[in-house]
Design a protein around this ligand. Structure first.
Ligand SMILES: *Cc1c(COP(=O)(O)O)cnc(C)c1O
Length: 446
């Protein structure tokens, strides 16, 4: 073993070896030196464990280290799962075109007309309000932040009434009772898991009550013997007692989902029309935008949110604001196809079948056993929990090993298993990715 250790080159010798010459040029002396040191440390451990790495192994290890330091931390993937808003894959995909204003300086907090300091949210506030049919609006980092800000700013440590059927947990450790506690308000639970009546809310209102809160059951359903008062009934009750009705709508539904064969859901505009004072939702679910929390409602209740000290900690960054502007313009002008989420929803089965036919033919020509097949795509991302829409894609014989090999391609292809076959849903694969999909499948099958 000592002999083996002695055989290892000195670090400067390894660094200057001809095999690493072009790497030295590309990554520079400092990075390569560090990689050589680490590779030698690894080699000593390997020798200690009874291995005997060759000089070529050492050089390969150095190259692997400098290359991995250069790899992107978040690689782009091909989403062939058929889940349109996949929380693990970044929820709503963004439009591909570069945003000129994000490349350099932008008038983020600067009023160009007046030549003086402006407010960060001012250029977007009215647009958000218009799109949602609201009087006023605020945007924060995500919807968890919306709730935190609303409750901290408006409830002042007092009681907030919530139905027991709505004490929700959303993936990624969002739990409504915990958020309420962090915001410093006291949760008052009313009703039962399956049934809550208007009089349950009525009986819970005291002089310590600050608000009535409704949280949308985004990722589960309670079915069977159920009851809950309507938004209008709750709004009337809250207003008779001088309280705001706050609705955590969650998904940011703005359009009638029946257009895409999905079940209808109360839209943000419906909720405001029914008397909700404040409605909040995520920017990256059905709005199809960047990660954000949107809060809309009446001027009187929304205005204090933008000036609360917590707002400074929760405000969105310029990237989210610029992207949100673009998404809102598409909603406002009805050009929904400019939003990738809606372009995918609008894609017809015939179009998906044509693509599957083309891709399947190319794969079969190279001996890959692929066939077209019907799929069920889902919205996902804490929206309509159990509803699916018709989709179309490919089925490839190959099992778990093929599914794993697909994931290891560049870009990784994420599919799913169904009855021992790999299923790739084309609804969530962008047409411009079809070439990369074919290449990836061929490489994974070889
Ligand atoms: C998704 C969701 C949240 C959490 O929103 P984030 O933007 O992920 O913070 C909160 N409440 C409801 C009802 C939701 O659907």
């Amino acid at each position: 073993m000592t002999q083996e250790l002695r055989r290892l080159p000195a670090v400067h010798r390894l660094l200057e070896s001809p095999a690493l010459e072009s790497a030295l040029e590309r990554w520079g002396h400092t990075a390569l030196l560090e990689a050589c040191r680490e590779a030698l440390d690894d080699a000593r451990r390997l020798i200690g464990a009874g291995d005997s790495p060759s000089t070529a192994d050492l050089q390969e290890a150095v190259l692997a280290k400098v290359r991995s330091a250069e790899a992107e931390a978040y690689s782009a993937v091909i989403n062939a799962t058929g889940v349109l808003l996949h929380t693990n894959l970044g929820r709503a995909p963004m439009p591909a075109a570069r945003q000129q204003s994000l490349l350099g300086y932008l008038a983020l907090e600067y009023d160009v007309q007046a030549g003086q300091r402006g407010q960060r949210l001012a250029p977007l506030r009215d647009k958000i309000a218009r799109v949602c049919g609201a009087e006023s609006a605020v945007m924060v980092n995500n919807n968890a932040a919306s709730l935190l800000l609303i409750l901290a700013a408006l409830t002042g440590g007092r009681e907030v009434i919530v139905s027991r059927s709505q004490l929700i947990e959303i993936g990624g450790s969002f739990r409504l009772p915990a958020v309420m506690e962090s915001a410093g308000c006291r949760l008052v639970e009313v009703g039962c898991t399956n049934r809550t009546h208007l009089h349950d809310y009525q009986d819970a209102i005291t002089e310590n009550t600050a608000a009535v809160l409704v949280a949308h059951q985004s990722n589960f359903r309670i079915v069977g013997f159920t009851a809950s008062p309507s938004t209008a009934e709750l709004a009337t009750l809250a207003h008779e007692n001088g309280l705001p009705l706050i609705v955590d709508q969650g998904s940011g539904c703005l359009h009638d989902l029946r257009r895409w064969g999905l079940p209808n859901e109360e839209t943000v505009t419906d909720l405001l029309g029914a008397g909700a004072d404040i409605v909040c939702f995520s920017g990256d679910k059905l709005l199809g935008g960047p990660q954000a929390g949107i809060i809309v409602g009446s001027e009187a209740w929304v205005k204090p949110l933008g000036t609360h000290p917590l707002y400074r900690a929760l405000r969105p960054d310029k990237t989210a604001l610029v992207l949100m502007d673009r998404i809102l313009r598409a909603h406002e002008t009805g050009r929904l196809d400019e939003i990738p989420l809606y372009a995918m929803l609008n894609t017809t089965i015939e179009t998906l079948k044509r693509r599957a036919g083309r891709i399947g033919r190319k794969l079969r020509e190279k001996g890959v056993p692929a066939r077209g097949r019907s799929t069920r795509s889902t919205l996902g991302g804490g929206t309509t929990p159990d509803e699916t829409m018709a989709g179309y894609g490919l089925e490839i014989t190959g099992g778990q090993a093929l599914l794993d090999a697909l994931r290891k391609q560049t870009p990784p292809i994420i599919g799913r298993m169904e009855e021992d076959h790999v299923v790739l849903d084309l609804r969530t694969v962008f047409p411009e990715q079809d070439g990369a999909l074919i290449q990836g499948i061929l490489a994974a099958s070889s």
